[in-house]
Write a protein that binds this ligand. Sequence first.
Ligand SMILES: [Zn+2]
Length: 129
Amino acid sequence: MSKVTIIKQNLGPHHGNIQPTINFETAFKYISDNPDTEYRTTGNQVTFIAKATLAQKGRHRAQQVIIFRSQGKERARAYQCCWNHKTNCGKTHIDCYTQAVCQTLTAQSTRTGLLCAEFHQCPDRQLVG
Ligand SMILES: [Zn+2]
């Protein structure tokens, strides 16, 4: 008998490629300016918040990082190098968070029109692959 597991398969760091509709810089700036925005994960709609800050330690020290927190706990973090991937440097799945942020910001941009110029920037191809 094999056990049924709901834990996601370990895919390793920086797994897969996604093409976020919002780039890391735009998301970081929005989150910095709007720290109280609540998001819902793309999977099971868990409410979370995002915090834009600078890493305090480790090999990403002093780099920009977006931290995803729900129920008062840190669930995942995304550096710029992780943004276009399903998992971050630490093998944690981030796409359910990053895509939720992208969806929220895209919805806001179509409502307000304020951020349209930024949202239509082409992603930096040099960062991919
Ligand atoms: Zn990374």
